[in-house]
Design a protein around this ligand. Structure first.
Ligand SMILES: Cc1cc2nc3c(=O)[nH]c(=O)nc-3n(C[C@H](O)[C@H](O)[C@H](O)COP(=O)(O)OP(=O)(O)OC[C@H]3O[C@@H](n4cnc5c(N)ncnc54)[C@H](O)[C@@H]3O)c2cc1C
Length: 254
């Protein structure tokens, strides 16, 4: 079975700082593998161990995205493909077009996995667009995937229900975090990952922009917060009394 897994090198939201105007400081911001993409890689590895074959990971982004690719290789993927593109200048459709072109070049694949949404921008648009561009069936929000021959049985995690569907192979899917527990690579696996093959492609070359329009993010601001920072000091008894007094003053305790 040939399995493609799309992994995004996302902005690390836990490290992200805001400027005084509430805008994220993106220059020099730390990046990491998009949180739920670890579940997509894990699911790819799980399918490979059940059916044998190959897991190929794809990332579209700047040169530092290779870090994410190497993490996926350390988890156990066989090889990687990095497609160069400026992450601030590509929208969801462009990302999907570049991924589709890269996947078609090295395919065909039986299963194409994404996660339900990127942990930084979380549009959730790339996976369904990718399924459409590849011309295969698409299943969103998968929490269990079982492939038997040329058919897959997939449980979809919807807000208040679980839907079970059958899809023909090949298919594309987005996974939710409850699908599995991603493995942690060992030191040896991390070292071995540096020897695994990585193909380098150029986004503009494999999927020329052409005349397609572009979605532009015109503003990105944090929600205004009116949170107060009140430090209460003293012995536990004094601090507890001051806390009750402060909460009563705010109207939290009556
Ligand atoms: C601060 C900031 C500003 C931006 N400004 C603009 C702008 O002005 N104009 C613009 O067009 N775009 C801009 N972008 C980029 C854009 O918003 C998204 O990165 C792009 O639309 C993809 O959507 P998503 O990341 O939300 O993907 P989702 O659809 O939420 O991702 C779902 C899954 O698709 C796969 N996937 C998504 N992206 C990739 C990838 N790059 N490589 C491999 N797999 C992937 C992963 O499996 C991921 O889990 C900006 C991004 C940021 C962080």
């Amino acid at each position: 079975m040939k399995i493609a897994v799309c992994v995004k090198h996302a902005v690390d939201e836990t490290e992200l700082r805001l400027d005084p105007g509430g805008r994220p400081v993106l220059a020099g911001a730390a990046g990491k593998m998009s949180t739920f993409d670890k579940n997509a890689v894990e699911e790819g590895l799980r399918l490979k161990s059940a059916h044998q074959g190959e897991v190929v990971v794809f990332v579209v982004g700047a040169a530092e995205s290779k870090k994410t690719l190497k993490e996926a290789l350390a988890m156990g993927a066989d090889r990687g493909v990095i497609v160069a593109a400026d992450p601030m200048a590509i929208d969801a459709l462009r990302t999907a077009r570049i991924l589709a072109a890269a996947i078609k070049r090295s395919g065909p694949y039986d299963v194409v996995l994404c996660s339900e949404g990127a942990s930084d921008t979380y549009t959730g648009q790339v996976p369904p667009m990718l399924g459409e561009l590849l011309g295969v069936a698409y299943v969103g929000y998968a929490r269990k995937i079982e492939v038997t021959g040329q058919s897959a049985r997939v449980e979809r995690s919807l807000e208040d229900s679980v839907e079970v569907i059958e899809a023909p192979v090949p298919f594309a899917a987005s996974v939710v975090s409850e699908i599995n527990e991603p493995r942690y690579p060992t030191l040896i696996q991390i070292m071995q990952a540096s020897k695994k093959p990585i193909e380098e492609l150029d986004g503009e070359e494999i999927a020329p922009w052409g005349s397609s329009g572009r979605v532009e993010v015109v503003s990105m601001l944090s929600q205004p917060s009116t949170r107060k920072h009140v430090m209460i000091e003293g012995s536990p008894d004094e601090a507890a009394a001051k806390l009750v007094e402060a909460l009563s003053k705010e109207g939290v305790l009556k």
